[in-house]
Design a protein around this ligand. Structure first.
Ligand code: 9WN
Length: 494
């Protein structure tokens, strides 16, 4: 066969694989859809998680503006009076022994004067605020598609804008009483990267008291317990929850007495990027000039804070333990926080990219795909199958891809997108993957993985969203064959 023919066959195979992946991703989101919100995963996570819903909305945007908007609006119905968006909204229909700690464990949170009406119950923790980024993406996708979705998206932005502003205000005040531009977290669950070595030193200092026996329902849903946090990790997680409950979920009391108070560098960077998105939304909805100034100041403060946590030796940013008064030295993907925050100097950007592509991350010789392990294989405490201690997470790849695009690094972004899609074509729509073998780990049919796959598939190599959602409709590939996409850059089934 001539090389031209070879090229055509490979392209078609790639498109076939992409189309199958898109169909599978749609199926996962449909299967996990609860009407107005989406379960994070069918068995392991039967509730609504905060930052999962943000990424899910990004995927849903390609399937319909109204449902994507609803995902976020439903979550924000449970926003606390302080502005906090809870990390979990519990599904009242989930069986009682499906997830621990479940709603009964958090029922006390409902007693707080700041809590929303219950049921449904919510946790009193929060997670990184990817929501404004998602809301803007819903708008962008609708605008590019045209039609009635544009008005729906505009109405949605008007509805969500004040809620997003309140949420960001909460983070910039209650979670940053120092005015440092950096967000304080009270629990590793708030970081979204729960058992990452980022938290090892700070957790070591937490002395666990008496805890009643508790179940580990999570272990029923993974192939091997090594994929989930250990018993010792869980003891600490539950002890910290107990202390937060004892403080009545009151921010000031927690701040005074809590043993785990950490400035989370990735969370803080997501706040900066989310504030940039919020600034754009403010312009789209015609917000008052005062809002623009406020948000711009938050962005400036965020950059200052992040600069203070830069470690020149590692070429990464580090979290900061407020209790111990020292940085938490660990080489993890969170170190790329400045890339996520955006607007870095050329020198800083080059250093970050060098670190990203070094043997500490995507350049490690044993990797199955050049996608960043959550923890560097060179970091003490790296475990390739254990949750946030090594596996690769598609949602993190999405965040870095999106950040590289914003930084003008479209070729690098495209390589990351390709490798991430390849991983999903071969490995499935899992929660996380062994970085060396590509094996699916954690939950099957993870909603946010399906969502970011849909977003990648709808996005051209150069980063622009595809004008038509052709790929998302099986059987209609004409537009792509005619060269509006980058066919050889597509997923290849090796
Ligand atoms: C605790 C839902 C969530 C994600 C987190 C991920 C994991 C929960 C758990 O699952 O955390 O919040 O029980 O392990 O770490 O990022 O939001 O997908």
């Amino acid at each position: 066969m001539s090389s031209t023919n070879n090229r055509v066959v490979r392209t078609e195979t790639a498109l076939g694989a992409e189309a199958q992946l898109a169909a599978r991703a749609r199926q996962v989101l449909r299967q996990n859809d609860m009407g107005d919100w989406t379960r994070a995963a069918p068995n392991l996570y039967p509730h609504q998680w905060s930052w999962d819903s943000a990424f899910i909305a990004i995927g849903l945007a390609h399937l319909g503006t109204r449902r994507a908007a609803k995902e976020l609006l439903t979550l924000f119905e449970h926003q606390w009076r302080t502005g906090k968006v809870p990390h979990i909204v519990f599904n009242p229909e989930a069986p009682p022994d499906s997830y621990f700690p479940g709603p009964e464990h958090w029922a006390c949170a409902a007693a707080s004067p700041d809590a929303p009406p219950a049921p449904p119950y919510t946790s009193c923790l929060c997670q990184p605020p990817a929501h404004a980024i998602a809301a803007l993406r819903v708008w962008e996708v609708a605008e590019r598609k045209g039609g009635e979705g544009v008005d729906e998206a505009r109405a949605f932005l008007r509805q969500i804008y004040p809620k997003l502003l309140l949420w960001h205000r909460y983070l910039m005040t209650h979670r940053d009483p120092e005015g440092s531009g950096l967000v304080t977290i009270y629990h590793p669950w708030e970081s979204g990267t729960d058992n990452s070595p980022r938290w090892d030193a700070a957790l070591e200092a937490v002395e666990v008291g008496d805890l009643p026996p508790y179940p580990r329902y999570d272990l029923r849903h993974v192939a091997n317990p090594s994929e989930r946090p250990t018993r010792a990790d869980y003891d600490r997680y539950l002890w910290l929850v107990k202390l937060i409950k004892k403080a009545g979920c009151d921010e000031e009391s927690i701040y005074r007495s809590h043993p785990f108070l950490v400035k989370d560098v990735l969370f803080s960077a997501i706040v900066v990027a989310a504030n940039e998105a919020l600034l754009e939304i403010a312009a789209l909805v015609g917000a008052e000039a005062g809002d623009h100034t406020l948000i711009a100041n938050w962005i400036a403060r965020g950059h200052q804070g992040l600069n203070s946590l830069w470690d020149p030796e590692l070429g990464l940013s580090l979290d900061y333990d407020l209790r111990a008064g020292r940085p938490l030295r660990a080489r993890t993907v969170a170190g790329f926080a400045p890339l996520v925050a955006g607007r870095q100097s050329t020198e800083r950007l080059e250093t970050l990219i060098t670190a990203l592509e070094s043997s500490a991350f995507t350049g490690h010789p044993w990797l199955r795909w050049p996608v960043p392990p959550s923890t560097s294989p060179l970091q003490e405490g790296f475990r390739r199958r254990s949750y946030w201690r090594g596996p690769t997470w598609p949602v993190v790849n999405w965040l870095l891809w999106w950040s590289l695009l914003r930084a003008g690094q479209s070729e690098r972004a495209q390589r990351l997108r390709q490798a991430s899609l390849q991983q999903l074509v071969i490995g499935g729509l899992g929660e996380y993957f062994d970085p060396f073998t590509g094996e699916l780990l954690g939950a099957n049919d993870q909603s946010w993985t399906a969502a970011v796959a849909l977003d990648w598939l709808a996005t051209q190599g150069c980063g622009a969203l595809r004008r038509t959602a052709t790929l998302l409709q099986p059987g209609r590939y004409e537009t792509i064959r005619n060269g509006t996409s980058d066919p050889l850059g597509s997923v290849r089934t090796a």
